[in-house]
Ligand binder design. Structure first.
Ligand SMILES: NC(=O)c1ccc[n+]([C@@H]2O[C@H](COP(=O)([O-])OP(=O)(O)OC[C@H]3O[C@@H](n4cnc5c(N)ncnc54)[C@H](OP(=O)(O)O)[C@@H]3O)[C@@H](O)[C@H]2O)c1
Length: 335
């Protein structure tokens, strides 16, 4: 099928039927690269409700039948620990993959996913680390690069009181506060900060994570420290408190300030070099990633894939190193 820009509209299938998938489908279709054609849910009624919120598409409650259907790309927004296995199933079925963050929950999943992609080199896999594709991510990257000599540290913040925390406190067991599928603050929000730290400053020499562990066994919040030759990068991560604390990158007499690492909607510097840096954002912040993924898949742009996948590999290697400094274990960890 040809889109308005003369390219091919990719047939999109989705796994996971919550709000983020509705938002992704809207963004993806808005780029002109994708058309929702198949919905997988464990429950037919949930899939029916999903197509009421989006538009008509084929419904599957059997995962094998979903993967065998004529879709080009699978977007995966299931619980964290299922991402890698479903991405591998999609690759084996000859589909491209866009998988929500975190793409994997441990190093063995990372290795298995990399191996599966290598066995299907024409199929591309992207982690939906949406902030990396926001124009302000590059604005901040450029500022850091151009002022590297003065760089001496950073505090990166991503903390928000989760809409599911009250239910957890009331005795429910939502996936995001359970070790069952790799929940917790580091996996959910910390991954955004690890992405920015590695994307802007490179790989740290040492890392440590001090989690505040809930009775479920996962971290409700925590503080991570990443050591670099220029100084320390501190990550403040939380799913059980609200904050107005900014993220900051320190350059001696100038500091670059912005908000949560996952929402790069503003950025300015203060001190000697005071300026507003931010570029305006489009309404649906997932549109940037959807456009990048759609273009890369349509044109078979392996360089775009390799750039994104290499960064994702570094991020998940460091995520594994951070968790290895704690006693947090997931139901999906290898024996
Ligand atoms: N990029 C972003 O801004 C952003 C925002 C929010 C979430 N996310 C990511 O999106 C993913 C989904 O987040 P979420 O909060 O929607 O997660 P969730 O509530 O745990 O579940 C996601 C979906 O997975 C299915 N599911 C739930 N429990 C399951 C189980 N036990 N076994 C198999 N499937 C199950 C459900 O779909 P069915 O009932 O239809 O099968 C559900 O819609 C997460 O990885 C999260 O990190 C990203």
């Amino acid at each position: 099928m040809k889109n308005e820009k003369g390219g091919t509209t990719l047939k999109l299938g989705i796994i996971g039927t919550n709000g983020i998938t509705v938002q992704f489908v809207e963004a993806a279709e808005g780029t002109g690269h994708f058309q929702l054609t198949a919905v997988y849910s464990r429950h037919e009624e949930t899939a029916r409700q999903f197509i009421v919120e989006t538009h008509d598409a084929a419904i599957y409650t059997d995962l094998a039948a979903f993967f065998a259907s004529p879709i080009d790309v699978v977007y995966i927004a299931s619980p964290n620990g299922l991402h890698a296995g479903q991405a591998i199933q999609a690759l084996n079925a000859g589909k491209h993959v866009i998988v929500e963050k975190p793409m994997v929950t441990d190093r063995s999943q990372l290795a298995a996913l990399e191996e599966a992609q290598a066995a299907h080199p024409d199929q591309l896999v992207f982690e939906a680390a949406r902030h990396v594709y926001d124009p302000n991510y590059q604005v901040i990257a450029d500022y850091v690069k151009n002022h590297k000599g003065a760089l001496c540290g950073a505090t990166l913040v991503n903390a928000k009181y989760s809409s599911r925390y009250d239910a957890y406190l009331a005795g429910d067991d939502p996936n995001i506060f359970s070790p069952r599928f790799g929940g917790g603050a580091l996996m959910d929000l910390g991954v955004y900060s690890v992405y920015t730290a590695i994307g802007w400053f490179g790989l740290p020499s040492e890392v440590v994570y001090l989690p505040n562990v809930l009775s479920s066994g996962v971290d409700g919040s925590g503080v991570a420290s990443l050591s670099y030759d220029f100084g320390n990068v501190t990550l403040l991560i939380g799913k059980n408190y609200i904050t107005q604390a900014p993220s900051e990158i320190y350059f001696g007499k100038t500091t670059l300030s912005f908000g949560a690492t996952g929402v790069l909607d503003h950025a300015h510097t203060f001190g000697v070099d005071a300026q507003d840096l931010a570029k305006p954002q489009v309404e649906n912040p997932l549109a940037y990633e959807a456009d990048y993924f759609g273009r890369a898949i349509e044109t078979g742009d392996h360089a775009a894939f390799a750039k994104a996948f290499n960064l994702a590999k570094q991020v998940h290697t460091v995520m594994g190193q951070l968790r290895a400094t704690t006693d947090i274990h997931f139901g999906t960890d290898p024996e």
